[in-house]
Design a protein around this ligand. Sequence first.
Ligand SMILES: Cc1ncc(COP(=O)(O)O)c(C=O)c1O
Length: 399
Amino acid sequence: MAAVKQLSQRVAAIQESATLAVDARAKALKAAGEDVIGFGAGEPDFPTPPAIVEAAIEACRDAAMHHYTPASGLPALRRAIAEKTRRDSGLTVAPEQVLVTNGGKHAVATALEVLVDPGDEVLLPAPYWTTYPETVALAGGTTVVLPTTEASRFRVSVEQLEAARTPRTRALLFTSPSNPTGGVYPAAEIEAIGRWAVEHGIWVVTDEIYEHLTYGGHEFHSMPALVPELADQCLVLNCVSKTYAMTGWRVGWLIGPPDIVKGAINLQSQTTSNVGNVSQRAALAALEGGLDSVVAMRTAFERRGTTMYEMLAAIPGVVCLPPEGAFYCFPSFEGVLGRELAGRVPTTTMELAAVLLDEAQVALVPGEAFGAPGYARLSFALADDALVEGVQRIAKLLG
Ligand SMILES: Cc1ncc(COP(=O)(O)O)c(C=O)c1O
């Protein structure tokens, strides 16, 4: 009997999301009674604001929400997204240019599906969010990684982009504020990158999901707002997940030129249909409700980020930059690799993360997951006391 072929090559080549895996391991250990402190989760620890939850409850009672709605998204939500984009980014778009997706991650996957053909190259500055290269590969593309270090505050330069450009270069994946580095590009650099993309006919996929989480004078800027000529070759991705503590509701969106968005809607109509209506109505309430709850969360994140950075930077052998945005510190642990820790000698951050989990009951995500071995990502979206206790445990083990 002939052996039955198992997974397709495309899917067999995908890695499990390292960030979700670390988070799941930490949660499982906690459930088993271990006193684990998890720095792995990329999500706010706050509950979704009550007014948003109430809007969802109301939507549950509305029979119109019990049935299929347009694949592109509820018309009121598409309008609210267009209005919010004008308010927050200074970018004018029509509601027809918006596709509501199943979270930000689905917006990333959709953007790459609609842009990339087999053999196309996608430029990706590293450290990068762990999902990007996998979704490029699923779309049949090739990721071209552009490494950066603390020396440039993890920001890619136009010179680096130009050196990597080939006739096959199709798109640049751009993220500011960044997961995992916590870095924020200044307006002048975003503008220079946008102008380079226009000059060479390269698409930009700009992931703006941390737009409202910037600290200490650093400001978010949307590339197509700074470079209006880019609008015809740019997809803007966003979601309510991080801004409104709504990671579980799964609402994101993609904004782009009408013909590309039409293609994305066709794709969605054949794959997932509309995003859950109750979640869409919750997202509508979030966008219409103003930014008060966001400001409160940002204040807490800024305080925690400063605490985490100061504590990490004080550990001998650890190099850490102050976070400028998002909710991550991304220190280098190069200086502690190769040293004996509790009878073990980790030589990679992957091994160090295992030692920290076993010996200090602290979960963090090794830099290997972000194309940056030697580093690790620690989320500061957790309670202040847990954060302090967790970093103290790291300091004690490494000290
Ligand atoms: C840069 C970036 N883009 C997209 C996402 C996905 O967001 P969502 O939870 O809405 O899928 C994340 C989540 O961590 C992220 O960090």
